[in-house]
Design a protein around this ligand. Structure first.
Ligand code: C2O
Ligand code: CU
Length: 483
């Protein structure tokens, strides 16, 4: 979930011009197309494969990663609203994988959830994803198998769905955020995969913060241009507090769905894992100047992740653009019938300092070497610890029914609850209204209760889980059925 926060954080003046590297914005290359079966001209092959990326700058050794077409982030897939997306996943990895299309309200069979909607795609095998995209906006795709390892290794990329009418901006910039825990030699710290401590606390965090695998990412702008910045949080578990220095920021869309435009207070916002935010930022700086986009790290310091660099030449136009109009609406349900809604309380429990964990410690069986047993159950949703596909559904409703879920977080940690196949509203205290935006992922702070409402209008078996991937894999996952 995105929230605009006004917390005062420590500031640090960083001499950005000096620190910034001179590497270019990494543009995705086209796949080297060697499909294992004939593909139509419209089929895009995505190879899940090994690659390398220079995360620590061009003068440091590269980091081996797993990525789509060997890149991280994977290629930006772009499609027009209402058009069909046809992707052939080719698995060149040494283990099975799948692709999930986060936030896309697609047919269930294309949702990419292993064992629930499809079989894992074995090494050397392929799987064809084919669906039309109903909503314009900023989405992303990522593995949904061994997620805490496969996403950490880099198996994610942006999916941009263009509005049917042209949205008038000068620059459309996709910013995929991640954090990396690296060993001293620059390789991904694999020994701490499946760390018991990470799983029982706030999940895996890494010290190196990147945008599109660079730190900071240089973005060239000209004075008086309008930028559309599309932020995607692809980190396993990090909640990113972001601040855009010296510029006003209009919030245009959240989790892909248009919102009534509003200015982010102090140009700050928070992005939890899985969430997206689209901003319009007018380049009001002087030619030749630079400005940073900062992320706040654990110690409260601001780290520049993007460097806006103004061209020295004359402005793109003589004056800045007028206030933005809302993005065109997507075909979401016009109303939600709360009166006849199916209602369910979903307590979130477990983790470090909980009763459940004390039991685990006593049994001791879940701790193996440096890691956790895949069957470790450290967290529960509505009393059950699940992988999200085994066992009975959390609930089952007829198609078209309104659903109200009350997440009650009684743990000591925040959780980012994500619903597949649907977008939802955040309810106000009573059933007397909801926030004026749609979400597919909502951050629920420790000891907080959050209620959401949605229309279960997409038939199938859908996961609902914490997007802190180490939590998801140790019990905080379930599925629901729309029949
Ligand atoms: Cu972004 Cu179930 O995932
Ligand atoms: Cu969680």
């Amino acid at each position: 979930m995105v929230s605009v926060h006004d917390k005062q954080i420590s500031r640090r003046d960083v001499a950005l011009g000096l620190m910034a590297t001179l590497t270019c914005l990494a543009l995705p290359r086209r796949a080297t197309s060697q499909p294992s079966a004939p593909t139509g001209p419209d089929v895009r092959v995505l190879r899940a494969s090994q690659g390398t990326v220079r995360l620590r700058g061009s003068d440091q050794s590269a980091t081996p990663i797993w990525g789509y077409d060997g890149l991280v982030p994977g290629p930006a897939l772009r499609v027009r609203q209402g058009a069909q997306l046809a992707i052939r996943l080719v698995n060149d990895l040494p283990e099975p994988t799948v692709i999930h299309w986060h936030g896309v309200r697609l047919p269930n069979a294309m949702d990419g959830v292993p064992h629930l909607t499809q079989a894992p795609v074995e090494p050397g095998e392929t799987f064809d994803y084919r669906f039309t995209v109903p909503d314009a906006g900023t989405y992303w795709y990522h593995s949904h198998l061994y997620s805490s390892e496969q996403l950490e290794r880099g198996l994610y990329g942006p999916l941009i769905v263009d509005e049917r009418v042209l949205v008038d901006v000068d620059h459309d910039v996709v910013l995929v955020l991640d954090d990396w825990r690296l060993a001293d030699d620059g390789t991904i710290h694999e020994r701490s995969f499946r760390s018991f401590h990470d799983a029982a606390h706030a999940g895996r965090h890494g010290r190196l913060l990147t945008a599109n695998s660079q730190s900071p990412l240089p973005v060239q702008v000209r004075s008086n241009e309008r930028l559309r910045l599309r932020f995607i949080n692809a980190a396993n578990a990090r909640i990113f507090p972001i601040r855009i220095a010296d510029h006003a920021a209009w919030v245009m869309a959240i989790d892909g769905q248009p919102a009534e435009p509003f200015l982010a207070r102090d140009s700050r916002f928070t992005l939890s894992p899985g969430s997206r935010i689209d901003l319009f930022v007018d380049a009001t700086g002087e030619p030749g100047s630079t400005a940073s986009i900062f992320a706040e790290n654990e110690t409260g310091d601001e780290v520049p992740i993007v460097s806006l660099r103004y061209e020295p030449d004359k402005p793109a136009r003589s004056s800045r653009r007028p206030e933005p109009k809302p993005l065109p609406a997507n075909p979401l349900p016009a109303k939600i019938d709360l009166k006849s809604a199916y209602r369910l309380d979903v307590p979130l429990e477990g983790g470090a300092m909980s009763h459940l964990m004390r039991e685990h410690r006593r049994e001791g069986a879940q701790i193996q070497g440096h890691g956790i047993d895949p069957a470790a159950r450290l967290w529960t949703m509505a009393g059950f610890a699940s992988s999200g596909h085994h066992g009975p559904p959390l609930f089952s409703v007829k198609r078209g029914r309104a659903v109200v879920l009350a997440f009650k977080n009684s743990t000591a940690f925040p959780h980012a609850m994500h619903l597949h196949g649907h977008h939802f509203r955040l309810l106000d205290g009573l059933d007397d209204g909801w926030k004026p935006f749609w979400l597919d992922t909502v951050l629920i702070n420790a000891q907080e209760t959050v209620r959401i409402a949605f229309v279960a209008d997409n038939p199938g078996k859908w996961m609902i889980h914490c997007h802190m991937l180490e939590h998801q894999e140790t019990g905080m996952a379930a599925w629901f059925e729309v029949a």
